[in-house]
Design a protein around this ligand. Structure first.
Ligand code: GLY
Length: 374
């Protein structure tokens, strides 16, 4: 096995080395300020917590292993995290909660920007220790790639001041949509918070979703941390639970991005894409009316695809509309069954993390538009 090289600047250049998550020991965490705001009122997960049923863990792991094997068959090197016993309570000087979450979605916590992999300051208390599942991989990359930058954003305290009290009282979906459109989210600006999956990497530009898991201070921290990049804030009215950008706004290749038609990028924020001749197309409708049982995510995991190169994409096998759309766009589509893994933290993009993609840090947006940068 050759030595590790860490480098990735976007989600579409040829993928050479990735991390694929594991479902072992995943828990439904007990209620806490940040998760209450995320779990829809009518979700079957309300009021439940504890380890997920073993049979569902095994089914999810079968699909995660199949994804790992498919990647390897395409010449992608694959690493896996080391699950912890996630059902242990989490206790810090500032808070305690009944359990952790899991390590199925590396995309949520690990942000790869060039030669750096950064653990994000996540807002869910149950995800405080999640980065530890990747510790031995990071150590290995550090030893093998002398230019690898092993980083961590400031660890958040996640005390009560980090959340708006009463945010999660029962409200109608219309009221919730009004709130999120007005950029009123559960986290306060007390400290920098972001999930890595809210950060869309397109070369020199990072587009961050301002939502339930990422605040403005988090984006400011990213801009100072990456001074050679341009950090833009984006939001998507129409999403009552805005968390993670990868079921909402997904670049397919240079110049082409698909947008969830129910969560359109506002006119003002589209200008930078238009000015640089990027086309924004509506994603195809999901094939399913509802997500699988005990799932945090929406049916829009249909567009949570994993791009292997500018012509090849992995799509969930039952998402026939999404497959048809990508096929018509000229992609070689590789279908893989993945719905059993969804409840453990998302779709194909969520379940993976970039270690190495070919390519360099390109400037895809040389014409900047005033007012979009943080
Ligand atoms: N934010 C992921 C979803 O649409 O469910």
């Amino acid at each position: 096995m050759e030595n590790t090289v860490v480098s990735s600047w976007n989600d579409f250049d040829p993928l050479k080395h990735a991390i694929v998550g594991r479902a072992d020991f995943t828990c439904i965490p007990p209620a806490e300020p940040a998760t209450e705001a995320k779990i829809p009122e009518d979700s079957d997960m309300r009021g439940m917590w504890g380890p997920r049923p073993q049979q569902t863990v095994e089914r999810a792991n079968v699909q995660l292993n199949t994804l790992a094997a498919l990647l390897e068959s395409r010449g992608v090197r694959v690493d896996r995290p080391q699950p912890l016993q996630w059902n242990q309570a989490v206790m810090t000087p500032d808070f305690s909660t009944g359990s952790s979450f899991g390590c199925m979605p590396p995309r949520d916590v690990l942000l790869t920007v060039g030669k750096e992999i950064l653990s994000a300051p996540m807002s869910f208390r149950c995800r405080f220790w999640e980065y530890l599942a990747y510790h031995s991989l990071m150590q290995k990359y550090f030893d093998e790639d002398t230019e690898f930058r092993w980083e961590q954003a400031p660890r958040p305290r996640l005390a009560d001041e980090a959340y708006k009290a009463g945010y999660f009282e029962e409200i109608t979906i219309e009221e919730r949509l009004e709130r999120t459109a007005n950029l009123d989210f559960v986290t306060t600006e007390h400290e920098p918070l972001f999930d890595a999956a809210d950060v869309l990497r397109i070369g020199k530009d990072l587009f961050c979703q301002h939502g339930l898991t990422t605040n403005r201070r988090g984006m400011q921290w990213l801009q100072r941390h990456y001074p050679a990049h341009r950090v833009h804030t984006v939001n998507f009215p129409g999403d009552p639970y805005p968390i993670h950008i990868d079921a909402t706004f997904v670049p397919l290749r240079p110049g082409l991005v698909m947008n969830n038609p129910n969560r359109k990028l506002p006119e003002k924020q589209r200008k930078i894409f238009e000015a640089n001749d990027w086309e924004i197309i509506d994603a195809a409708q999901p094939a399913h009316d509802s997500p699988p049982p005990l799932c945090y995510s929406s049916v829009w995991l249909s567009m949570n695809v994993l791009i292997l190169d500018h012509n090849t994409v992995i799509v969930e096998a039952s998402e026939v509309n999404q497959i048809e759309q990508l096929d018509a766009l000229g992609f070689n589509v590789l279908p893989v069954e993945f719905r059993d893994a969804y409840p453990f933290g998302g779709g194909l993009h969520c379940a993976t993390g970039d270690v190495l993609r070919e390519g360099n840090c390109e400037d895809y947006f040389p014409k900047q538009v005033p007012g979009t940068q943080i």
